[in-house]
Write a protein that binds this ligand. Structure first.
Ligand SMILES: [Mg+2]
Length: 370
C-alpha cells in the first residue's frame, strides 16, 4: 500500500440519468414518475472517485461550467481546502439547493478517491465507530392502493427484518387514518411505524392527526409541517411531548449547510435530525451535521441514497438509522456494482473494497442518459 505523492485531480466527468419509477410515486405535497441521478467522477493518479446526487439535469451544466476549473488540478488529498474554495465560489449563486447538491456530489467523489488512493475502505479512512448500520424500510407512497402499501411495508418487516418502516401521508386527510391502520396491521405489533407528511399539515392539523392515530403506536412524525416553519415544528413537538405521546418529530432533509442544521437544533424543532449527504455537502457536510448532533444531544438519521451514505454512517456519532428508500434502493441496485443489500434489517460496508466500493455500471446506465 503506497500513497501516491502526486495526486492532482486530472479530470472531472459529470453525467445525468433519468430513471423511471416502477409505479407512480407521490407523498403529501409532491408527485413524480422518474428520478434524476447526477454522477460525478474524478480521476487522480490512476484511480477514479465516484459521487452522486439526486437532483436536476441542469446540474451537469453547473458542474461543467462552474466547478470543473476549481476541481481539476487540485490536490486530491486536500479535501477541506478544496471544499472551502467550492463553497466560497457559490456565494453569489446561493449556497443552498442546486449549488449544495453539486458540491455534495463532488465531495463524495473526493472522499471515495482519497480512500482509493490510500487503498482503504472509506469507513476505515473515516474512523468508523460501527461495522453495520440499521435501516428502516421507506416507501408507502400516497399513490399506492392499500394492498400495495400493506405488501411493501409488510415485506420489509417480515422478509427484510426491518425494525421500522415509514409511509407517506398528507395527500388525503380523509384516508390517512385508515392507511395508517392498514400499515400497522400489515407490519404487526412489534415493528416501529413512521409517518412522513412532507410538510402537508398545519401545526394544528398535525397535532390532531397524531392524536387520531395514537392507537397505532406511531413512533416518528417526519415533517408534520413545512421544514421552513421551525416554530411550527417546535409547536407540534411540544404538544406531542406534553400529551405523553412517544412520537419523535424529525426533519432535516432540506438542510444544505451547517447553518441550516444549527437552526433546527437551536430552535429545538426536532427530536431527531435528518441529514442527506447528497444535499448537505457530501461526506464532509454529513459528518459536520453529525458533530452538531453530538453537541446538541440529538440523534441523527440518514435520508435516502443508502448506498452512498453507508460508510459515512458507520463513522457518525449519535447515529440512529438509515432510510432504505424504495426508489433509491431500486435505482442504486440497478446501476451500481457494490450497492449494499438488506439483511437482518441492516446493511454492511464491504471492507475488502477500497473507497465506498461503488462503481457505475456504465452500459446499464447508458439507456437512461439524458
Ligand atoms: Mg421526508
Amino acid at each position: 500500500m503506497t500513497a501516491r505523492p502526486d495526486a492532482a485531480i486530472r479530470a472531472l466527468r459529470v453525467a445525468a440519468y433519468r430513471i423511471p419509477t416502477d409505479a407512480p410515486e407521490a407523498d403529501g405535497t409532491f408527485a413524480w414518475n422518474a428520478t434524476t441521478l447526477v454522477v460525478v467522477e474524478l480521476d487522480a493518479a490512476g484511480e477514479t472517485g465516484l459521487g452522486y446526487t439526486y437532483a436536476d439535469a441542469s446540474l451537469v451544466r453547473l458542474i461543467d461550467g462552474h466547478f470543473r476549473e476549481q476541481v481539476e488540478g487540485a490536490d486530491a488529498f486536500a479535501i477541506g481546502q478544496l471544499n472551502e474554495r467550492l463553497w466560497a465560489s457559490v456565494r453569489n449563486l446561493g449556497r443552498s439547493g442546486l449549488a449544495a447538491c453539486a458540491i455534495s456530489a463532488i465531495d463524495s467523489a473526493l472522499w471515495d478517491l482519497k480512500a482509493r488512493l490510500l487503498d482503504l475502505p472509506l469507513a476505515r479512512l473515516l474512523d468508523a465507530r460501527r461495522e453495520r448500520i440499521a435501516v428502516y424500510g421507506s416507501g408507502g407512497f400516497t399513490s399506492y392502493d392499500d394492498a400495495r402499501l400493506r405488501e411493501q411495508l409488510g415485506s420489509w418487516v417480515h422478509d427484510g427484518d426491518c425494525r421500522w418502516v415509514k409511509m407517506k401521508i398528507g395527500a388525503d386527510a380523509g384516508r390517512d387514518a385508515e392507511r395508517v391502520r392498514a400499515a400497522r396491521e400489515a407490519i404487526g405489533e412489534d415493528a416501529g411505524l413512521f409517518i412522513d407528511a412532507n410538510g402537508a399539515h398545519t401545526p394544528r392539523s398535525a397535532i390532531a392527526f397524531a392524536h387520531h392515530v395514537a392507537e397505532q403506536q406511531v413512533g416518528w412524525f417526519e415533517e408534520p409541517v413545512s421544514s421552513d416553519d421551525l416554530a411550527g415544528l417546535r409547536e407540534v413537538r411540544e404538544a406531542l411531548g406534553a400529551s405523553g405521546q412517544a412520537m419523535d418529530v424529525a426533519a432535516g432533509e432540506y438542510a444544505y449547510t451547517p447553518d441550516d442544521f444549527r437552526r433546527f437544533a437551536e430552535y429545538r424543532a426536532v427530536d431527531v435530525l435528518q441529514a442527506d449527504l447528497t444535499r448537505c455537502g457530501g461526506v464532509t457536510g454529513f459528518l459536520q451535521a453529525a458533530a452538531l448532533c453530538e453537541a446538541f444531544h440529538l440523534d441523527l438519521s440518514a435520508h435516502c441514497a443508502p448506498a452512498l451514505h453507508l460508510h459515512a454512517c458507520c463513522a457518525a456519532p449519535r447515529f440512529r438509522h438509515q432510510e432504505w428508500f424504495h426508489d433509491h434502493v431500486r435505482l442504486e441496485t440497478m446501476l451500481f456494482d457494490g450497492a449494499p443489500s438488506l439483511k437482518n434489517g441492516e446493511i454492511v460496508p464491504d471492507l475488502t473494497r477500497p473507497g465506498h466500493g461503488l462503481r457505475l455500471r456504465a452500459a446499464d446506465a447508458q439507456r437512461y442518459a439524458i
